[in-house]
Ligand binder design. Sequence first.
Ligand code: SF4
Length: 235
Amino acid sequence: MQEQLLTWYAASGRSLPWRATRDPYAILVSEVMAQQTQVDRVVPRWQRWLERWPTVGSLAAAGPADVIAEWQGLGYNRRALNLHRAAQHVAAHGWPHDLTELPGVGRYTADAVACFALGADVLPVDVNVRRIQERTGAAFTSAAAQALMDLGATVCLARIPRCEICPLAAACPSRGRRYEPLRKQSAFEGSFRQRRSRALRAVLAGEDPQDEEAVAALTRDGLVHVSGDSISLPA
Ligand code: SF4
């Protein structure tokens, strides 16, 4: 199956800019951005980020307020702070042997950086990759990592897989099956997440957020700093 998958990938794989680099910092930024944001939205933001902070040292030296401001629009702002802290850790101590020691870096992200940047023989398993493993019952190696991600994102979809165009269909025991809708992601509109996001935008614009609860949550996460009546981004 892996051979068929790699042939398909050579012809139909997505062209993503971070696939042209082996720089662990650039790849870490792409992986953190893509954790909860769609890939097509990530591409221009990743390019802009790398233009502004091309090295781990330049990000480490940036102020957290600039990092939070640059992250706006990607959502889940804690990722920006974690990425900044991770850069500071690497700038001070080098890349740790165990990448999960970096703030915001879990097993998948650590494996993705190890595989795509450092050439480690480890297959990063995200939801897409796990789905294909389960449906096909096949064992794939790290050489198939990018191909699996693309197959999962474009062909072997969660609910209605496109088996009719799948390169693995001939040998796949799940071919033609349909799946129950996934649990719906809770709506952003009207959510507390939206209030937090609005409050943070107000602070960025130098306005009063007028939402104590949201400001308290942002403060707990280190995204804003409250001193008396003044609310500001962390220095
Ligand atoms: S044949 Fe269908 S279920 Fe099997 S891997 Fe391809 S898209 Fe997924």
